[in-house]
Design a protein around this ligand. Structure first.
Ligand code: BG6
Length: 605
């Protein structure tokens, strides 16, 4: 996944493009570049490395737009100056930035090389400027349309032509493209975050949409050149929400935003009157809920792990068979779509292509989809049609923290809603509403123990591997805890259901492999203690996460969290593991917000 940005207007474009790219760096940060078209010339500057590397180049400052920019997450061709975008045709007339994968690029390349075209990169994207330059069309939009007609795959593109001054042509299929509507100027971006300083009016293009963007306006079309009318949506989040404030990293800021973020996820949704939860956006009549035979939760990465926690909640509170599955697996195994199954798709960004394609597959087969999404107006939200917005606020750090916690809170609200339509009594409803309302303060309490967690993190700094274990509700907590440590500290951390340890993974345990054991104060407490002693009897150091001081006697370290309702405990037990991973990465001197090889959400399959 990459980030694209563009500007058309009288202002100097370089500062706008650079700031936009810096705000899109969470989407990919292995190389970047810009192109500015001015007086019939095209100036292209690009370099391997982060956007900061661009600042060192001789950029065309002082030139007004149009201009386009790109920050890359390599899929085809290793990070290098030559493989960085924008890519140009042989004459240097056409410049293109592309987010996505062109699946038939090698065939097209072969054909073009056969016609004498010389390529200067190893990327799939470079076929675009050559195809556009070769197109026989009256204008740029026509040439781009011809080029896209032979392309198979996904794209979000922005194109400049030094012969067609004053405009940028954009198109979308699978990768997000937003037009930012300004006053006498217009903006282009993969995500409103890149342009929110200049406008809060955004037009989200759909798959198959194209647009010609000029300073004084824009026209939108379908790929078949049918003209379309688009309505701008207002972006709710201001510039400050995209800044780190006094935190040294976005990850730290987003961990500490969780009390307010969870408050926003819950707000207006808990109804003490009916001892239930009210969800305005889900369009599920009580009789639909009664007819449900199954719930299937789909997502990728941390969204999938949040889905696993949600599955436990829905089974416990609504007594509907519920399971979670990685969206990418579900999509390609030709799933059996059942009319009485509710398909819940979970995504922070709402742009993860594996999840988006799963939604489209379910809808193609007539299934009922409900989205649980953070980014308003994102592709998965629009494709799902009905759903729950998390209102967690922008999440910039690649490792998800507040969005994970808010997703579990959102799924808890859904479970309460479904449960109260089925067999969950009002007493339980009241108990859970009280438990949910107490969460923000309880999270704030855990965050106050940061210094202790940072001290415990020291145990991992020189480790090469680590183990996480938990039972039932504790297992998704272990999975997400190990995911966080992997993502930001590069320690090979594995997670297992506690009882599985003795069936194999116990062989990995030893003095230099720290283990995190999720040991809540519940009916499985003794069972979890036996797992702790199993590890310690192999001299494996154990960090126990739980509710009682008594854990001191059985573990090497202890991370305590306040007790909530048993169904909600997993939500709190995961918070210390976010800070643990953060402090291990910090102590290892790593780039916490932009870990190697990853991107915030991946818009390629
Ligand atoms: C990965 C991110 O690219 O995508 C993870 O690095 C994230 O943090 C996963 O959990 C899924 O993203 P989303 O936006 O669909 O929840």
């Amino acid at each position: 996944m990459c980030g694209i940005v563009g500007y058309v207007g009288a202002q100097e474009s370089i500062p706008i493009l650079l700031e936009g790219l810096e705000r899109l760096e969470y989407r990919g940060y292995d190389s970047s570049g810009v192109a500015v078209q001015h007086d019939g010339t095209m100036t292209v500057c690009k370099a391997k490395g982060k956007v900061s590397a661009l600042h060192a180049l001789d950029l065309p400052y002082g030139m007004p737009g149009p201009g386009i920019g790109h920050t890359r997450w390599a899929t085809h061709g290793e990070p290098s100056d030559a493989n960085a975008h924008p890519h140009v045709d042989q004459s240097g007339r056409i410049a293109v930035v592309h987010n996505g994968i062109i699946e038939n690029a090698s065939l097209i390349r072969e054909r073009l090389e056969g016609q004498g075209v010389v390529f200067s990169s190893d990327t799939d994207s470079e076929v675009l400027p050559h195809l556009i330059a070769a197109a026989e069309a009256d204008d740029l939009v026509g040439a781009v349309r011809q080029a896209l007609a032979v392309i198979e795959g996904t794209y979000g593109i922005a194109v400049l032509d030094s012969r067609d001054p004053g405009c940028v042509v954009v198109a979308r299929n699978g990768s997000p493209v937003v037009i930012g509507v300004g006053n006498g100027e217009n903006f282009i971006a993969s995500d409103p975050a890149a342009i929110v300083r200049y406008t809060q009016q955004a037009i989200f293009l759909e798959d198959g949409d194209m647009a010609v963007v000029r300073a004084d306006g824009f026209q939108t079309f379908r790929l078949d050149s049918t003209e379309t009318m688009k309505r701008a949506e207002t972006i709710n989040w201001g510039l400050d929400t995209y800044d780190k404030g006094d935190h040294s990293h976005y990850m730290h800021k987003e961990i500490f935003e969780q009390p307010e973020a969870v408050q926003r996820t819950l707000s207006g949704r808990l109804d003490p009157q009916s001892s239930s939860a009210h969800l305005g956006g889900i369009d599920l009549e009580p009789r639909d809920v009664l007819r449900l035979r199954r719930v299937k939760i789909l997502g990728c990465g941390s969204a999938y792990y949040a889905g696993l926690a949600g599955a436990n909640l829905i089974e416990r509170l609504a007594r509907i068979p519920t399971e979670a599955e990685p969206a990418s697996e579900f999509r390609y195994r030709n799933p059996i779509i059942e009319p009485e199954t509710l398909y819940v798709v979970v995504s922070q960004s709402g742009e993860t292509l594996d999840t988006l394609r799963a939604v489209q597959e379910i809808k193609r087969k007539g299934g009922r989809v409900l989205g649980v999404v953070n980014v308003v107006g994102s592709s998965i939200a629009r494709e799902s049609g009905i759903g729950i917005y998390l209102h967690a606020g922008p999440e910039v750090s690649v490792a998800s923290t507040k969005a994970f916690t808010c997703t579990v809170a959102g799924l808890a609200v859904l479970a309460l809603h479904l449960g109260r339509v089925r067999d969950l009594g009002a007493g339980d409803g009241d108990r859970l509403i009280a438990g949910l309302n107490a969460l923000p303060d309880q999270i704030a309490e855990i965050l106050k123990t940061e210094d202790h967690i940072a001290a415990v993190a020291e145990r991992f700094v020189r480790s090469t591997s680590a183990m996480f274990v938990g039972r039932v509700g504790g297992y998704p907590v272990a999975l997400e805890g190990s995911q966080k440590l992997k993502e930001v500290s590069y320690i090979h951390a594995e997670a297992y259901p506690s009882a599985e340890l003795k069936h194999g993974p116990l062989a990995l345990i030893g003095p230099d492999v720290p283990s995190v054991a999720i040991v809540p104060d519940d009916e499985l407490f003794d069972k979890n203690l036996s797992t702790v002693s199993e590890i310690r009897s192999r001299r494996g150091p154990v960090i126990a996460v739980g509710h009682t001081e008594a854990l001191h006697e059985v573990a090497d370290e202890m991370l305590l969290v306040p007790k909530s309702e048993p169904e909600l405990d997993p939500l709190l037990l995961g918070i210390p593991l976010q800070l643990l991973a953060y402090h291990v990465a910090l102590a290892r001197g790593l780039d916490v917000d932009q870990p190697r090889n990853l991107a915030k959400s991946v818009t390629v399959e």
